[in-house]
Ligand binder design. Structure first.
Ligand code: DAH
Length: 353
């Protein structure tokens, strides 16, 4: 007794399927629980030994033939689908950039991008904190207790919270040092670019400005590490190999010892040249983290030490891109932005002129 179906026909039917559902239909027809082959298998018991042996072999042969054909066709269909997808979702990365877009990147944003890039290459990560800060984070934890004269140095905007307590618009990015130390265990290696506020407004001050803070805490940070980090940063930032600089002793309540870093400049025919000359421009404040600050942030100062630095982003930006009036940065003048801004796709860090 031989089967009423022709293996070649079944194979042809499978090979003509255009989608997986059709293949599945054929699979059920022959191999499914109620399909032809299982049904025939069930009848084998009624046959004589010899017939059973013969038909069993025949059925098994047919079964594996169908299985193979189904597998092949499935792979064929899936590959074809991938081909189609690849064709349709094709993205030509060689397309030229759109020549002229209306939007421009603000020089402050551009400066922040390059600061992050340089410190990123030195393995720093980026932290952020809120503009409205507690008095503790902005002052007390940084070793600036109430009535400390250092509070007078920073013309603070006070804002009351719902409970009538004084909060402040952060006067510097240093409170993010505190936030980070309170939530993370050393080693810490962060920079914090962000907005800061002081009640001050003239040609060289705006009530809102930007700073970038740096903090490194580990078991063996030194003043030498601090200096080499800052020198590396400024050389990279200004793209000057022979940058003339100096460190001056200074005072900040949150660092001990403290220093300020100046870079040399010359001004000829109203053009400022950074990195050489006999005049000095103050660029940043820095120092070894005061052990009192570590203790205020629950870090054991007998085990850990660190360094910190802070600098104004506006000044860095103005010096790098030749911007002379600071107020221009925040005038929201589209012509100004068109002149000093950056094309979103311009990776060269240079102002378009
Ligand atoms: N927070 C200081 C300011 O606003 C800048 C500063 C100086 C930050 C020294 C530091 C530092 O982290 O070590 O004037």
């Amino acid at each position: 007794m031989s089967l009423s179906v022709d293996a070649v026909d079944i194979k042809k039917r499978i090979e003509s399927c255009k989608n997986l559902q059709d293949v599945e239909g054929i699979r059920l027809e022959y191999l499914g629980k109620k399909g032809l082959i299982p049904s025939e298998m069930k009848l084998l018991g009624k046959l004589s030994f010899d017939e059973r042996k013969l038909k069993g072999q025949e059925l098994n042969k047919l079964k594996s033939l169908i299985e193979d054909a189904i597998d092949n066709q499935k792979t064929f269909i899936e590959n074809a689908e991938i081909e189609i997808k690849l064709k349709n979702e094709n993205l030509d990365v060689t397309l030229p950039q759109i020549e002229k877009t209306n939007g421009k990147i603000h020089p402050i944003s551009q400066t922040i991008f390059s600061i992050i890039e340089i410190f990123g290459n030195l393995n720093y990560s980026v932290e952020a904190g809120p503009d409205i800060e507690s008095d503790f984070n902005n002052f007390s934890a940084l070793n600036i207790p109430p009535h400390h004269p250092a509070r007078e140095m920073q013309d603070t905007f006070y804002v009351k919270n719902n409970d009538g307590e004084d909060n402040v618009l952060r006067t510097h990015t240093s409170p993010v040092q505190v936030r980070t130390m309170l939530k993370t265990k050393p080693p810490i290696k962060i920079i914090v670019p962000g907005r800061t506020y002081r009640s001050d407004s003239d040609s060289t001050h705006t009530p809102m400005f930007h700073q970038v803070e740096g903090l490194v805490v580990n078991k063996d940070a030194t003043m030498a590490d601090l200096k080499s980090t800052l020198i590396t940063f400024l050389k990279e930032f200004f793209e000057i190999d022979n940058l003339k600089y100096r460190f001056r002793p200074s005072y900040f309540p949150f660092t001990e010892p403290s220093a300020e870093m100046d870079v040399a400049f010359t001004k000829k025919n109203n053009v400022l040249k950074i990195g050489e000359g006999d005049d000095w421009l103050e660029i940043l404040g820095c120092g070894m983290v005061n052990p009192k600050v570590l203790e205020n942030c629950n870090i054991d100062s007998s085990v850990y030490q660190g360094f910190a630095f802070g600098m104004g982003i506006e000044r860095l930006s103005m010096l790098k891109y030749g911007i002379t009036d600071m107020r221009g940065l925040f005038d929201v003048n589209i012509k100004w932005l068109d002149h000093y801004g950056f094309s979103p796709l311009d990776l060269r860090n240079r102002a378009e002129v």
